[in-house]
Design a protein around this ligand. Structure first.
Ligand SMILES: CC(C)(COP(=O)(O)OP(=O)(O)OC[C@H]1O[C@@H](n2cnc3c(N)ncnc32)[C@H](O)[C@@H]1OP(=O)(O)O)[C@@H](O)C(=O)NCCC(=O)NCCS
Length: 186
């Protein structure tokens, strides 16, 4: 069975599923609760969702070679909602602005993809969605990534980020170190 993945705006109704994925993806690094996602949305931070259209059960999406991904955005750049009942949330990502123009700065808060859907371009599509939002504001973008997370780091480097710092014991309770990465404003 084929599954099309769309990227659109995360909504409060997605918060429990995000928390469920956080438990799977970040077990030792203080996974976010549904409340944390609701708070981020209440602050109007831009958060995106990747949905397997038609609600394909986990594991039945298109096999290697990648799910076709379309990004639903209006001409003005704001995500438009095309989600339908039965769609399955398979990924999420969020960014926050910490400074406005003329020296706009944004921080990637989180990005995660359901393990059953990883390696199909969904993480990159979500990241590009966040970066498009940052670029509209010509913002410099920062993020933290575990020093042992080669997959995520490779993804970030391929999208223009470079390591600019090291934060020891950044993650709790694991105590893992983080690299700070930066992507110049565009
Ligand atoms: C990091 C993460 C979001 C990437 O999402 P994804 O949908 O699997 O990534 P994509 O399929 O878009 O692949 C992006 C790049 O990551 C790398 N990558 C993906 N899967 C990989 C794997 N199994 N092995 C090595 N590299 C891999 C590749 O460089 C790939 O680019 P390419 O396919 O053009 O070569 C996802 O792995 C994830 O949720 N990981 C756990 C949570 C996490 O670590 N989040 C980041 C916290 S900073």
């Amino acid at each position: 069975m084929k599954a099309t993945v769309i990227v659109d705006a995360l909504t409060p109704a997605d918060a429990p599923r995000c928390a469920e994925l956080e438990q799977i993806l970040f077990p030792g690094d203080d996974p976010w609760s549904a409340r944390a996602f609701l708070d981020a949305l209440a602050w109007r931070h831009p958060y995106l969702a990747a949905r397997s259209a038609g609600g394909a059960p986990i594991g039945t999406a298109r096999s290697a070679g990648g799910a076709p991904i379309s990004t639903a955005r209006s001409a003005g750049g704001a995500p438009i909602s095309t989600a339908r009942e039965g769609d399955l949330l398979v990924g999420y990502a969020g960014i926050g602005f910490v400074a406005g123009p003329p020296d706009a700065e944004a921080e990637v808060h989180t990005i995660g993809v359901d393990p059953a859907f990883q390696g199909r371009g969904i993480g990159r599509a979500l990241l590009r969605g966040l970066l498009a939002i940052a670029d509209e504001a010509h913002a410099t973008v920062f993020l933290e990534v575990r020093t042992d997370n080669d997959v995520a780091r490779g993804l970030y480097e391929s999208e223009g980020f470079a390591v600019v710092g090291l934060r020891r014991r950044y993650y709790r309770p694991s105590g893992a170190d983080a690299h700070t990465m930066r992507r110049d404003a565009r």
